[in-house]
Design a protein around this ligand. Structure first.
Ligand code: PLP
Length: 379
């Protein structure tokens, strides 16, 4: 049996009591000082249009953040574009970069919105498998093997969705060397950068020697500040690219929403303890869930970063889509089968850690019931 993830999500929507570990939208509230800044922007009438590239105040806040947190220096006047979420950023960047026939190297499994953007631009996606044995970090040798004269772009998503893998510093260093040697543009999707755990560290590839001029960094507010619905993302890159992407952005929706932009200024310029608090909350949930999966005999790539656990359910004797369907049908819990993140991931499910700890405990209990049926299935 194979059920696709859209059908599964539809089914979950028809069951109001279902616990969903489906979409990657933070369940925690947007911090109060950010909400207050939005209210203040509305009350004082700061709701009018902004430049297509975004409020200068926000681009300045982004440039300061990139310098402070990532060691990346950019000119807020010419090297930053504010977008309507990271999703628009990824769409625009692919359309601005990729010509028909260009090849783009993409880690697999993956956030498949990239697939659709690449196919619309007429690009060719070249997949690099990542493996459980090294917790789904990119293998630079595997990347280099796939470079051809048509390769234009290397996509690096770290921490990764769906695998929760994080590329260690030495991998980032090797990827930077490969990109330089083969004259590639690097797209660094850093949307999960603030959520790294254990001894993992986040390295911005644009901060490595010689990389600033060939890197497009994508980031946004959705994950870091629990602001998915506010729809603010951004791109930081050399000015020629930002000019091209801004032209497209203006065609699509003129500018990102003004009030959300003011809220984002407050998010980036304000106190950052709220982010560390969220990270600690996710970390506790993650550890609890890892313990539960260990107890059930379900293996997973060590989740070093992000908001997901990528788990292998083959020990249950079920495929991931059978497992996901059964879990929803019998126990009212939504997780997503691996097929939603690439072909050949039929043993894997993605579950988020975006529910309170007690809800996740309940999920583990319900999941155990499906796992225990294994005895009757496979003897
Ligand atoms: N990039 C990755 C890897 C994601 O997982 C997501 C959303 O889940 C996005 C970009 C887009 O996020 P948003 O549009 O909420 O900023």
């Amino acid at each position: 049996m194979s059920i696709n993830i859209f059908d599964l999500m539809e089914l979950a929507r028809s069951r109001p009591a279902a616990i969903t570990l489906g979409l990657g939208d933070p369940d925690l509230p947007t911090p109060a000082h950010i909400v207050a800044a939005a209210a203040e922007a509305i009350e004082s009438g700061r709701t009018g249009p902004t430049p297509a590239t975004g409020l200068l105040e926000l681009r300045e806040a982004i440039a300061r953040k990139l310098s402070r947190d990532n060691g990346v220096e950019v000119d807020p006047e010419t090297e930053v574009l504010v977008t309507t979420g990271g999703q628009e950023a990824l769409f625009l960047l692919v359309q601005a970069l990729i010509e028909p026939g260009d090849e783009i190297i993409v880690p697999d499994p993956r956030y498949t919105s990239y697939d659709r953007a690449i196919s619309l631009a007429g690009g060719k996606m070249v997949l690099v498998p990542t493996h459980a044995e090294n917790n789904f970090a990119l293998d630079p040798d595997e990347v280099e093997k796939r470079i051809t004269p048509r390769t234009k772009v290397l996509l690096v998503i770290s921490p990764n969705n769906p695998t929760a893998g994080v590329n260690p510093p030495e991998v980032m260093q090797r990827l930077a060397e490969i990109a330089t040697k083969h004259d590639l543009i690097v797209v660094a999707d850093e949307i999960y950068e603030k959520f790294v755990y254990d001894d993992a560290v986040h390295v911005s590839i644009a901060s490595l020697p010689g990389m600033r001029s060939r890197t497009i960094t994508l980031n946004g507010m959705s994950k870091t500040y629990a602001m998915t619905g506010w729809r603010i993302g951004y791109l930081a890159a050399p000015s020629s690219f930002i000019r091209a992407a801004s032209g497209l952005k203006e065609m699509v929706n003129i500018q990102a929403p003004s009030v959300s932009q003011w809220a984002s200024v407050a998010a980036l310029n304000g106190p950052q303890e709220c982010v560390e608090e969220m990270r600690r909350t996710y970390d506790e949930r993650r550890k609890m869930m890892m313990g539960e999966l260990d107890r059930m005999g379900i293996s997973y790539g060590h989740p070093y970063g992000g908001l997901y656990i990528w788990a292998n359910v083959s020990s249950t004797g079920l495929s991931a889509s059978e497992f996901s369907y059964k879990l929803l049908d019998e126990e009212n819990v939504l997780v997503l089968p691996g097929a939603g993140f690439g072909q050949g991931w039929d043993d894997w499910i993605r579950m988020t850690i975006l529910q309170p700890e007690e809800t996740l405990r309940e999920v583990a209990e319900r999941m155990s019931k499906i796992v225990e049926q294994r005895v009757s299935r496979v003897g």
